[in-house]
Design a protein around this ligand. Structure first.
Ligand code: FES
Length: 123
């Protein structure tokens, strides 16, 4: 059987606007799928780059989530910490088709921070 490139995780309506749903990944990192008030869908690893706070429980404003532990603001688009804080959480390519949410399968199984977002190695 051919395995598709995109993983269908269900209808958009399963996530209330301005909230997130967690998605456990067997053998991988738990993900947080966010639906903004404008209706955009973003998926990131459910771990704050500061001290692993559960970002799915944060407050969503615009395309940003405020971590529930120490209030860092994390961009849902890039995974990057904003406002002078330093860190980045992996994002998972996500699309909506026919009212359903699809995640890029290879990124779900192996989430990675893009090279230009990764912390720089010490010189
Ligand atoms: S763990 Fe998220 S801000 Fe500290």
């Amino acid at each position: 059987m051919r395995v598709g490139k995109w993983l269908d995780i269900g209808p958009v309506e399963q996530i209330e606007p301005g909230t997130a749903r967690t998605l456990p990944v067997e053998g991988g990192e738990e993900l947080a799928v966010f639906r903004t008030m404008r209706g955009d869908i973003f998926t990131i690893v459910n771990k704050c780059p500061h001290k692993q706070g559960p970002l799915s429980q944060g407050i969503v404003h615009g395309n940003v989530v405020a971590c529930p532990l120490h209030n860092w603001n994390i961009s849902l688009e890039t995974g990057r910490a904003l406002g002078g804080d330093d860190g980045c959480v992996p994002t998972i390519p996500t699309k909506v088709e026919g009212g359903r949410i699809f995640l890029l399968r290879e990124a779900v199984l192996n989430p990675q921070v893009p090279a230009d977002e990764a912390p720089k190695a010490a010189a």
